[in-house]
Design a protein around this ligand. Structure first.
Ligand code: URA
Length: 443
């Protein structure tokens, strides 16, 4: 099967059969398809879409690019959570240790920054020494020691996603229901979990801007995961403005630690606790919803979640002293205040533009081989709804490179709106979808 023929077929709106999809995934993984042909087909998929059957075949081919782990030695039901991509969304760093502190096994496989959204691996690697590229033997050791491991795609598990993910990040080919489904689920199915909680973001800073699109994505994700034997549910959550206050790799790690100390922003804490509680339900270690939430809150207030995070950092080669001493994290020296341009109320902090500005500062990539700067970031000083006077700080930027700051400024000028009245705030959690709700949806 020639790559160019498959690209043409999809470009012209045709469907690809399972054999063609496998040829594409194998070619991308083993390098026999050059990056330009892989990227061309990705763009054709973004523009022309795929049916649910094609998305299922793509997911299965991507799972099949590596091994599917057997975690039965750990007992119980290993579970994981994944987000469809947000700005300032560091819930994974909080909920994985919280759930593990409640006795649940969490083998978490995450991604790097994608488009304007941040990635758990880039955040973790801001911790000096922290390794996300563990071998399978190391992954099992950490899981045995701590009940929780935080890794990325490897040569053995979901290698196709590692390749496609890196290309999608820099070719504007992220916003696609089938590509998002196959990317997320290939990792999750391959890592050997029995339960999955999805945080499906909706709003200005999400890849799905409308509730209908987010529901449709959640429905496919749940149906494909359940079809592969993984019990799955989704929370649809708001992503109009950044979650919490920190955006940027090292600063998000610090905010996650603050949250584990009970001192984090309330929206971030609420979502992290809710997602962790759903993990306990799926793992079968809580009697009911109230019991799950109580267990997670106990792990938070007792400091057990924080201690678990410290253990995981140590087990994965990182410097656990960062938990008590944030000066050990790489933070850029130069601070720039973004002031309110008039008296009023913060009416909008556009999450996508703030995410793109953070990437422009150096927190993300514009080429697959670009190095990121873990120490740059944006801190929200005045959240949506906060009254401000002209000159008050709305954002605080951290970056030592003036050219990068100039690029971020252009984006931020549009991202911030100071109005006369506070807008109605949407709740953090908009809706929950289970398999029955997913099956009721068409398409
Ligand atoms: N997370 C992933 O792993 N892949 C996507 O495509 C989007 C979010």
């Amino acid at each position: 099967m020639r790559a160019v023929d498959l690209i043409r077929q999809k470009r012209d709106g045709g469907a690809l059969d399972a054999g063609a999809i496998k040829a594409f995934v194998d070619g991308a993984t083993d390098g026999s398809w050059p990056d330009y042909q892989v990227s061309a087909l990705l763009m054709a998929i973004v523009l022309r879409g795929m049916s649910l059957d094609e998305a299922i075949a793509l997911t299965e081919a991507m799972v099949g690019s590596g091994q599917r782990l057997d975690l039965s030695e750990f007992g119980g039901t290993p579970v994981d959570k994944h987000s469809t991509g947000g700005v300032g969304d560091q819930t994974s760093l909080i909920l994985a240790p919280l759930a593990a502190a409640c006795g649940v096994v969490v083998p978490m496989m995450s991604g790097r920054g994608l488009g304007h959204t941040g990635g758990t691996l880039d955040k973790l690697e801001a911790i000096p020494g922290f390794r996300t590229n563990l071998t399978l033997a190391e992954m099992r050791r950490v899981l045995r020691q701590t009940g929780c491991v935080l890794i990325g795609q490897t040569d053995e598990i979901a290698p196709a996603d590692r390749k496609l993910y890196a290309l999608r990040d820099v070719t504007a080919t992220v916003e696609s229901r089938p590509l998002i489904c196959a990317s997320i689920l290939s990792k999750k199915i391959a890592e050997g979990i029995g339960g999955l909680v999805l945080d499906v973001k909706v709003g200005r800073g999400a890849f799905m801007k409308t509730r209908d699109d987010a529901r449709a994505l959640a429905s496919w994700l749940i149906r494909i995961a359940e079809g592969n034997g993984v019990r799955t549910e989704a929370l649809l959550t708001s992503m109009d403005a950044p979650l919490g206050r920190a955006v940027g790799n090292a600063s998000e790690v610090i905010e996650a630690i603050e949250t584990l100390k009970g001192q984090g922003p309330k929206d971030l804490e609420e979502l992290s606790v809710a997602l962790a509680a759903r993990l306990l339900i799926l793992a079968g270690t809580a009697k009911d919803d109230a019991d799950a939430e109580r267990q997670v809150r106990d792990a938070l207030t007792s400091g057990a979640g924080l201690e678990k995070f410290r253990d995981v950092i140590l087990a994965q080669g990182g410097d656990p002293r960062v938990v008590d001493d944030y000066a050990r994290m790489p933070i850029a020296d130069t601070e720039i205040i973004w002031p309110a341009d008039r008296d009023g109320v913060v009416a909008n902090l556009d999450a996508e533009l703030i995410g793109r500005a953070t990437v422009a500062l150096g927190a993300g990539r514009d080429r697959t081989d670009a190095a990121i700067d873990p120490g740059v970031g944006i801190h929200v000083e005045a959240t949506v709804g906060t009254p401000v006077k002209r000159g008050d700080a709305v954002l605080r930027l951290r970056c030592d490179d003036r050219q990068r700051v100039a690029a971020a400024r252009d984006l931020l000028a549009e991202a911030i709106v100071i109005g006369d009245t506070a807008p109605a705030l949407s709740p953090v959690i908009v809706e929950r979808m289970d398999v029955a709700a997913a099956m009721r949806m068409e398409g």
